[in-house]
Design a protein around this ligand. Sequence first.
Ligand code: CTP
Length: 401
Amino acid sequence: MSAAELRVIVGVGGGIAAYKVAGLVRLFTESGADVTVVPTPAALRFVGAATWEALSGHPVATEVWDQVPSVQHVRLGQTADLVVVAPATADLLARAATGQADDLLTTTLLATRAPVVMAPAMHTEMWQHPATVANVATLRDRGVVVLDPADGRLTGADSGPGRLPDVADIHAAALSVLRQVHDLTGHRVLISAGGTREAIDPVRFLGNRSSGRQGYALARAAAARGASVVLVAANVDQPDPPGVEVVPVESAAELRRQMLTRQPQADAVVMCAAVADFRPTAVSDVKLKKGGASEPETIQLERTPDILAELVARRPDGQVIVGFAAETGDAAGGVLDHARAKLAAKGCDLLVVNDVSGGGVFGRPDNEVVILAPATDPIPVPRADKAVVADAVWDAVLGRR
Ligand code: CTP
């Protein structure tokens, strides 16, 4: 089923994290899904109906007494392809576990036969209380996918497990539940993400605009499909995706070291990071000052090693190596001509090509790419959320294995 035909119910519980769920609704609607938001009455004390109606494009109901002639309390559940509950509060988990049906969301949970994903958020004590632990176990036994909450800052001064997982993680988990594919189980994948920084002095660096979002989406998608994932992350300001080993690095040299050390244990390697092509030949260990003896007239640059080419040269048998390329067309050829030449020059199995002629891809939630492999037709991936692009890349990797 394509995202465009997908009918999603987003149930919102009465917790402060309700405001974050606006971003989740956006992720679903932007991928073309038809979303109906069903907040509990308590949820509406945090975020009002107008917000949910504007984001989803549908009226919002809370009680079974709303829109009675359309028998909404069973119709919503019956027609849904997927129900996602976020934040799933301790109270909502308890009501769902005991089969209560005292508002529109809990009746929908009873009426639906679609997959249900619940993303809990509450204080650590409540999450770890035996009552909640038992309720979660009951729901999981019934086939409900209850995600683990993230660890971190909670409301007030507290921190610990209980934060709502990142909405991108909830979205990725929901899509994977829907596909029910774990086709990367047993695969070990190594991904680089972000953009390297090459020091000039202790405070300055040469960097680039890569946000790391596509690399993180690749890691999330691979983990959701069952892979064991190592993510070498250069300067990325994003929470660690659940179940992924994140190795933070800063410079091209550190990224190179981590990738080459970890390459032998991987079945697939994806070089999504924007690696600096040049770095200063010398790094000043004191801050360069205006007017002083240290004021530089020029900064000498040298080439950084081509990590992708090195990975290809050392590739163990059967390993699939994927490169990324941001290209523009010019007098010498179009984007695909340059990309084909790069694929041949780098010797990788797949090249994921961004046409950046029309403006930036950096930091956007969506992307549009063409996946190239030697001696086959290009695979176009139309503009979509980076999670969707990530899945297309893994499909292509599986095709090569
Ligand atoms: N790459 C790399 N090491 C470098 C530079 C790039 O491993 N020093 C990788 C990137 O991670 C990406 C691929 O090479 O997967 C293509 O990056 P790109 O910058 O487009 O290629 P370059 O070889 O630097 O070519 P260009 O001269 O077009 O910038």
